[in-house]
Design a protein around this ligand. Structure first.
Ligand code: SAM
Length: 207
């Protein structure tokens, strides 16, 4: 087994050199701390890329199983190689498919879901993801600010219009749905932390 911290550093460097988008360091540190504090066991990640966050999640002792979905075949193959090197293969399952197909067919549930795939699709994935969330589990969505385009700090470029619209719809839904409680944190590129409210919590929220 390769030293996992060393491997993660190598994957980060590879990602930076080869334009593979991977989670920012402060984002990953926040995610790892949250998983550890809550002793989350079952993790789902949408958007594996080359396995950076996937391996970091699986390296935590409290985590029993990580599942992750990646559409791009080259990235999927690199992720598989990295997972092999990590020695954490027994805790990780990766799927080379469109996340929508996975979500439409998966019946398992999770304590921690990291939504880091196609940004414009978050709103369409949300109903499936909420059904897959265990009681007391959380859904964390990355890139909610999308480099300032969602917040209006920088103009929305032509090619990003429909993605930004999708992200805004997602934010609107997670912050106004009475069944949910959401915090949006200024970490990395903007993180949305969403949990399902119990009946008791819903009544309290209404008051
Ligand atoms: C930001 S990267 C994921 C980074 C990874 N979570 C990490 O921190 O190391 C987003 C990934 O989602 C993948 N992706 C895009 N559309 C997808 C889809 N429809 N289904 C599954 N994966 C998709 C992209 O190929 C890309 O590798």
């Amino acid at each position: 087994m390769k030293d996992v911290q060393k491997l993660l550093k190598e994957i980060r460097e590879y990602g930076e050199k080869n334009d593979v988008p991977i989670s920012k360091e402060d984002t990953l540190n926040f995610l790892l701390t949250t998983i550890k504090e809550n002793k989350y066991k079952q993790v789902l990640e949408i958007g594996t890329a080359i396995g950076y966050a996937t391996i970091a999640f699986a390296f935590l002792d409290c985590v029993k199983q990580v599942e992750s979905v990646e559409k791009d075949e080259n990235r999927f193959n690199l992720a598989r190689e990295n997972i092999e090197k990590s020695g954490l293969k027994s805790k990780i399952t990766i799927y080379n498919m469109d996340a929508k197909i996975f979500l439409q067919n998966n019946e398992k549930t999770y304590d921690f879901i990291y939504l880091d795939g196609p940004k414009g699709q978050y709103i369409n994935y949300l109903p499936y993801l909420l059904k897959m969330l265990n009681k007391n589990g959380i859904l964390v969505a990355d890139n909610l600010f999308f480099h300032g385009m969602v917040t209006g700090e920088i103009p929305v470029t032509k090619g990003c219009k429909s993605m930004i619209k999708g992200l805004k719809n997602y934010i609107q839904e997670i912050t106004t749905n009475p069944n949910l409680e959401t915090k949006i944190l200024n970490i990395g590129d903007g993180l949305g932390i969403t949990k399902l409210l119990s009946q008791k919590e819903k009544i309290k929220k209404k008051k």
